[in-house]
Design a protein around this ligand. Structure first.
Ligand SMILES: Cc1ncc(COP(=O)(O)O)c(C=O)c1O
Length: 302
């Protein structure tokens, strides 16, 4: 496939960094994760909230002293060009990546050594199950004051990977991480929503979690399009066990229903009615079937 690397369009095999790179040795960088959905005509590809993703990448770059490779409009256009160059007419995931790509010793954040690369891959489901069993991880979410999770920093995914490994070893599909003070933060790569006493509830993006674009979009869809009531507040661990419905969401996971937490069934152990409604609406929105939400979609072709 064709990949973008520091101003050039190259074959994947040529888009490489040195084993000496700081980015690799110390995990110095940040990335994005963007999805394009093939439209109902089977040809057009609609990139979901591309502007918001570029904005978040720019904010992450600012926090981590990385340099964006152009204006927001130019970076957004590179995403679309990547899909055109790869002749993408299928559901796709795009990964833009900013790296502190110096081969010098010591972890240093220096804008002038930024590399920017972008690749894409076909992606249907990130979590390949209709509903999942999750555990609460024994690993705590890395605190914003230690590594700012809101920036999607490469190094922080060691935290996610430890939690996922523990979950898999325990026979679960995914992990939910708590903050150091024991409140629900997020999944290894997803945000957490529960439905309790008639309201949709999700912890704020100040709970050591990523500033989530699916999360923000879902809150708007739930409240403005479906008239659901929403509360942004802390969630305690045991509240998860007594939730009426629970789901994880993210660019990869989309809306993934949770059927149990730490072996306690959620609701009747199936997919709840509110979750189903949100899933259906989300599917309609990302495929361009909801006129009001078309401004969220960026067409690749034509
Ligand atoms: C740690 C983490 N939390 C949450 C999410 C979901 O965020 P978004 O909806 O912006 O993709 C992701 C990425 O997809 C993630 O890596």
């Amino acid at each position: 496939m064709t990949t973008y690397f520091d101003g050039r369009w190259v074959d994947d095999a040529e888009a490489t960094v040195s084993v000496r790179s700081r980015a690799l040795n110390y995990g110095l960088g940040c990335f994005g994760g963007v999805r394009g959905y093939v439209a109902d005509d089977g040809r057009q590809v609609l990139v979901f909230r591309l502007d918001a993703h570029v904005q978040r990448l720019a904010e992450s770059a600012k926090v981590l002293f990385l340099r964006m490779p152009g204006t927001h409009a130019e970076v957004a256009e590179l995403h679309l060009e990547l899909l055109r160059r790869n002749d993408v007419h299928y559901d796709v995931y795009i990964r833009p990546l900013l790296l502190h790509n110096s081969n010098a010793m010591a972890p240093v954040l220096d804008e002038s050594t930024t590399s920017f690369t972008m690749f894409c891959l076909p992606l249907k489901r990130y979590i390949d199950k209709d509903a999942i069993d999750v555990c609460v991880s024994s690993w705590r979410r890395v605190a914003d004051n230690a590594i700012p999770a809101r920036t999607k920093p490469t190094g922080a995914y060691l935290n996610s990977a430890l939690a996922r490994r523990e979950a898999f070893d325990g026979g679960f599909d995914e992990a939910i991480l708590l903050t150091e003070s024991g409140k629900v933060s997020e999944g290894s790569a997803e945000h957490v929503f529960m439905i309790r006493r008639g309201a949709l509830v999700s912890p704020p993006s100040t709970q050591d979690n990523l500033d989530g674009i699916t999360r923000r979009s879902l809150i708007q869809m739930a409240t403005e399009d479906l008239g659901l009531s929403f509360q942004e507040r802390e969630i305690g661990r045991t509240e998860l066990y007594v939730a009426d419905e629970l789901f994880l969401c993210g660019t990869g996971a989309q809306i993934t229903p949770v059927k149990s937490v730490d072996r306690r069934a959620i609701g009747d152990g199936g997919i709840g009615p509110v979750t189903r409604r949100l899933q259906q609406h989300f599917d309609d929105v990302v495929h361009g079937r909801v006129a009001k939400r078309k401004p969220w979609l960026f067409p690749v072709w034509g």
